[in-house]
Structure formats: structure tokens, C-alpha cells
Design a protein around this ligand. Sequence first.
Ligand SMILES: Cc1cc2nc3c(=O)[nH]c(=O)nc-3n(C[C@H](O)[C@H](O)[C@H](O)COP(=O)(O)OP(=O)(O)OC[C@H]3O[C@@H](n4cnc5c(N)ncnc54)[C@H](O)[C@@H]3O)c2cc1C
Length: 470
Amino acid sequence: MATKNSTTTGNGLSEERAGALRESLRGELIDPAHQSYDEARKVYNGMIDKRPAAVLQCADAADVMAAVRLAGEDGLDLSVRGGAHSVPGFGTNDGGVVCDLSSMRGIRVDPENRTVRAEGGATWGDLDHATHAFGLATTGGIISTTGVGGLTLGGGFGHLTRGCGLSCDNLLSADVVTADGQFVTASEKENEDLFWALRGGGGNFGVVTSLEFGLHPVGEVYGGPIFYPVDQAGEMMAFYREFIADAPEQLGAFFAFQIAPPLPFIPEDRHGETMCLIVTCWTGPVEEGEKMIAPLLEAAPVAAEHVGPMPYPALNSAFDALLPAGLQHYWKADFVEELTDDAIAAHVEHGPRVPCVEATMHLYPIDGAPHRVAEDDTAFAYRDANFACVIAGMWPDPAHNERNTAWVREYWEAIHLHSMSGGYVNFMSGDDQDRIRDNYRGNYDRLAEVKHRYDPENLFRMNQNIKPGG
Ligand SMILES: Cc1cc2nc3c(=O)[nH]c(=O)nc-3n(C[C@H](O)[C@H](O)[C@H](O)COP(=O)(O)OP(=O)(O)OC[C@H]3O[C@@H](n4cnc5c(N)ncnc54)[C@H](O)[C@@H]3O)c2cc1C
């Protein structure tokens, strides 16, 4: 424990405490005096500028247990960080402890049983790379630098959702360090209540040191982006609504607004033009891909496209370069049951006002396999939603914060009138905490009970927070 009169390294960790920890850790303890401190305290969202007392760069589950015990015993805030992509910046804090898992990225594929185990700090790029060697994959995010842990614990959407389910639907088991510093495994067979809560309940229940997933035979896919002139947005959205409802589940296709980036397949004179687009991913037989995607190429004049056969990890990292770490982020989100004509009208009003090349609106289809899981089978409660919509404000210059956040807010207010009450927790901002009950609907009270059992003091509170006991 910290002694009262000892010198502190920052806002609450004594030098004695830090020294003792350093001797027992395999990983590194980075405090404000450390030369790597400014690098270690950074998260992906450049808007977040926090100064934790210590960043524990954990090497293994034992280090994670030490980080959790440190925060619990010293009464310090505790942030858990995997891929660091949390838009509200939950992966850091002022004056507390960061349990940084970014050195824990090991992946082990079991090709015979079609499973993979990923350490808690792995990214989707790590996982896709390892499983692709065996012609296998599971649902992950569309930007490969995103963390497997954070994304899966909130639910997890991507190109494979319609056919393979949410990322959390593919989770078979998880190793977890709970608030008391104990290590438990959660699955359908042990600690079932914890396993239920982890599949959608976010980082509320403990630090997940490894995750085991079921895999699907996905190797080469047929897909890529198709850009349309923005004056076609209304017609294309209406076409997309009917098309995706009837499309086989092996077809992923999300709708977006985006300013055309300077990519080689987009005619140079159209760089910087606001467009709408559909990003496709066919995971059935590759030779059928052209036929599957043809209706989208024929529905309206195409401004540019980059569709064809490619390895799944190539599609899943195709947009990484557009979104380097350090951009400013402000996002808002909703689930959508029906994409009504009025909703389309709201999109057509606000989508084309997308303020810069990094910013976007994505409308992900989440019908198909996710609908075959009952609403109370996992913590993720929106099994009747057909789409997850996110208005993702992303821009490089803090001087433009007002303009960009205003676009996100105004767009969200317009579409929220046509949406379900809740949204995806992983697409929420820091000012969305009051939506927590709506985000979990009928599952909230059970989540609060499980939270009370595993984290009665709410040590894991740096998240879209579920309060113990309700
Ligand atoms: C550029 C970008 C693209 C995205 N694309 C998608 C997408 O395609 N699909 C999608 O579903 N979401 C997407 N997201 C949202 C993403 O799911 C969330 O931002 C998620 O929180 C990121 O997880 P992380 O591990 O990278 O982030 P972190 O900031 O490291 O973690 C966020 C929070 O998750 C919890 N957490 C993370 N790892 C663990 C762990 N091992 N154990 C316990 N708790 C943990 C903690 O509460 C932590 O504070 C995207 C986000 C960004 C910024």
C-alpha cells in the first residue's frame, strides 16, 4: 500500500509502490518520469489528453492481476486498454492506472477444430493474418488496427456479420481477471453469467486476458468499394434497402457517405468530391462474386469502384491508411429496425454535408446470423435491428472541432427520430452515458446483477458504465 508521506510519481502512486511493482512485473511500469511516458499515455483519439499516474504495459495475465490489484488497493481509477480505439478515450485517465494490453498480442490458431485464441491486446490485423493462413476467419472490425478485445466485448460488426454473426457470437470462452484480482475462465460451461455479460456488456466485468473464437471458412473474398455521385444518394439508399434485405447472408455490404480520397482507382478530377458508397464483401464461392455484386454496379452510374477478388485481410485493412492514430474523434450511433423513406430523407440532407475526407456515416447491415440469437441469449440486446448506424466524426485539426462535432450532432438528431432508442455501445461518445439503459434494453437489470457479483465497487468504470445492482 502507498505510505502517506512518500513521494508520488504522479497523482497518487508512491515511488516505493512503483519500485516494488517494477521488480515484480514482466512488463513495464511507465510513470510520468519515464522517457516513454508521453508515448505511453496516448490513445487513438487525438482529442484525449490525459495524464495517468502509471501505465502498466502488461506482459501476461500475472501483470494484469498486479495492475488490477494496484488500482483496487490504492483506490485509483483503472483504465483497460487493448487496441486503444475507444472514441471516448476509456483506455486512459487522469491520475489513475492504465492496464495496457498492447504487448499481449499472441494468436494461436487450431485449424483442426477451427478455433483461434487471441491475447487481450491483439488487433484484428493480428488475428486476420494468423487465421487467413488456414483459410479461416471470424467477424471482426473493418479497420485492422482496432482491438479484438474492446470490439468483441461490445458486440462486434464487420464485413462478415450477416453470415457469421457478431464477433461476440463467435466467442467460445474468455480468460478474465476480475475486480478482486482473481483469474477465471468464462464460457457456456463455467461462469456462465459472466460469459453472458461479456458478450455485449463491454469492459464492465474484468480484464479479458485472452479470447477464444470459432472460425469460418473465409479466405479469398470478392468485394471492395463502389462510389456513386452524391446526387444519387436517395435512390441508391432506397435500392440498397431492398437489395440487402434479399441478398444471401454471405454478402456483406454497408452504405456510407464519404469525400472521395485521393486513391488511384478514383479519377483524379473527382478526388475531394462528396460521394456515397457501398462497401461489399462476398464470402461465397469467389467465382459467383461478380454476379452477386452486379446489381449494385448497374443500379446507378458508378463514379469509381475497386471491386474484385482479394484476400479477406486485404479488404479488412483497405481503409487503415485513411485513419491514422491521432485524429480527433466524435461519434454518435443508433440501431435501425426499418430504413424508412423519412430516414433516407434525413440521411440525404445530412450525409452530403460530411465535412472532411476522414469523416463518414456507415450503415452496417446486422440482419441474418445475428437475428438467430435470442435477445436475452447474450448481453447484446438488439437482435431485431436490421442496421447499426454510426456517424463518425474524424478530422485532423483540433481547430475544426466545433464544425465537426456539430455535423455529427445535427445528423444524429435528424436520424434518431427514425431509429430505435439505443445504439451500439462501441460507437458511443463520452456524452452518451445516459443512454446506457436504452443500449441494453431488457438485459440491463441482469447486467447490473452480474456487475454487482463480479465488480461490486465498480472498479471497471471507465467504460459505458453499468452500475452494480442497477
Ligand atoms: C477507426 C475505428 C474503426 C472501428 N471499426 C469498428 C468496426 O468495424 N466494428 C465495430 O464493431 N466497432 C468498430 N469500432 C469501434 C470499436 O469497437 C471500439 O472503439 C472498441 O472499444 C475498440 O476496442 P479497442 O480494444 O481498440 O479499444 P480500447 O480503447 O483499448 O478499449 C476500449 C474499452 O474496451 C474495453 N476493453 C478493451 N480490451 C479489453 C480487454 N481485453 N478486457 C477488458 N476490457 C477491454 C475497456 O473498457 C476499454 O476501455 C471502430 C473504432 C474506430 C476508432
